[in-house]
Design a protein around this ligand. Structure first.
Ligand code: PLP
Length: 375
């Protein structure tokens, strides 16, 4: 069976974790956490990166930093992971969904302004498949109505929009290092902060509402409760596991991009024949090979293709059930405007296996199997 995902792993991880254990430095904010933060800050050119226990938690931190309150509205796509919405629902806010673009599956930047009300506080673009949303337009709407922008860049590390790293354009950006993502620490994530003036507040929220980070840096001689907060910092062992991958980040990225390109070229004739649709990367966006998906004609064909692939030892999977049609979505959120593409396009989409060590022979075999299905 060719799995849909195999979590990234590099051998050095074991040495680094052993070092943490031997030195009894396994709590949060140790040497490896610092190295990961610095690596991400340098790579993305953002003011500050704080490693977190998940992307979900990074988004919760962003919701706290934006001071989201009961009854506030937050605009986002419905075609996303539950955490994008939950982080704000936990603060009592109402997710307001707008439709996606069928070509990228990202929020339709031209529908956002019409969804803005007196209660709107933030826009949360999700960079699906590591392909950037139309950030210029989103930032323009945000500036006009004084809204926060929190980028769900869970899938977006190493990808750029007009030369800027995803996650660094809005006020806050959230990365995921879950084992299904390009770089993994098992469970983990990061909060990216564009403007230095929010760093101290973020450090307090992440350290249980205390100023312990300042204390560790020797800036104060005792630490205390200063604001609301929680525990969002990961063990340094998880950071050690991640750091081993960041050291070879380019190699991992290039391997994924090579597989993505091989899929694309291999399947292009099927797309030209009108049998399937392939993903689109807009001009100005550099993606990271996070995902390779194809679109079948409709849901029945997709299910048949998925089953055919399974019979042929290939594990392909569909993706999000749009949040507005989920039980909690009905309860907590609303859809603004027409659902022209969100449901329809999500039902056609099928993700093919994609991971660091997927071989070119395997990609060729998967493409041949897809071609046989359509023959
Ligand atoms: C994976 C993912 C998340 C959640 O990441 P965790 O690190 O598991 O919390 C959130 N949003 C999107 C778009 C994702 O793909």
């Amino acid at each position: 069976m060719i799995n849909f995902n195999v979590p990234p792993y590099v051998d050095k991880a074991l040495d680094y974790i052993q070092e943490c254990v031997k030195n009894q430095k396994i709590c949060g904010d140790g040497g490896y956490t610092r190295k990961c933060n610095e690596w991400i800050e340098k790579k993305t050119k953002t003011a500050k990166c704080l490693l977190t226990t998940s992307c979900t938690h990074a988004t919760e931190m962003a919701a706290l930093l934006c001071d989201i309150r009961q009854g506030d509205e937050v605009i986002m796509p419905s075609y996303t992971f539950v955490s994008t919405a939950n982080a704000f629902v936990l603060r009592g806010a109402v997710p307001v969904f707008v439709d996606i673009r069928p070509d990228t599956m990202n929020i339709d930047e031209n529908l956002i302004e019409a969804a803005v009300t007196e209660r709107t506080r933030a826009i949360v673009p999700v960079h699906y498949a590591g392909v950037g949303c139309e950030m210029d337009k989103i930032m323009e709407v945000a500036a006009k109505y004084h809204l926060w922008v929190v980028e769900d860049a869970a899938q977006g590390i190493m990808a750029t929009y007009k030369g800027r790293a995803l996650g660094t354009i809005g006020d806050f950006g959230c990365f995921s290092f879950h084992e299904t993502k390009n770089y993994s620490m098992g469970e983990g994530g990061a909060l990216l902060i564009r403007d230095g003036k929010h760093i101290e507040a973020a450090e307090v929220i992440r350290e249980k509402g205390t100023n312990r980070s300042k204390y560790y840096r020797g800036q104060i001689d005792k630490y205390t409760w200063v604001d609301q907060g929680s525990s969002y910092l990961p063990s340094d062992m998880n950071a050690a596991y991640l750091y081993a991958q960041l050291e070879v980040a380019e190699e991992i990225n290039n391997a994924r991009l090579a597989n993505w390109k091989r899929y694309y070229e291999n399947l292009a004739p099927l797309a030209q024949a009108g049998k399937i649709e392939l993903p689109m990367v807009p001009e100005g966006c550099v993606h990271n090979g996070h995902m390779f998906y194809i679109k079948a004609a409709e849901i029945e064909e997709r299910t048949a293709l998925e089953n055919y692939l399974k019979q042929n030892e290939v594990h392909a999977v569909f993706h999000y059930i749009p949040l507005h049609s989920a039980t909690a979505g009905v309860k907590f959120s609303r859809f603004h405007g027409e659902d022209r593409y969100t449901t329809k396009e999500s039902e056609r989409l099928l993700r093919l296996p994609m991971y660091y060590r997927l071989t070119s022979d395997e990609v060729d075999y998967i493409c041949d199997t897809v071609k046989r299905f359509y023959a």
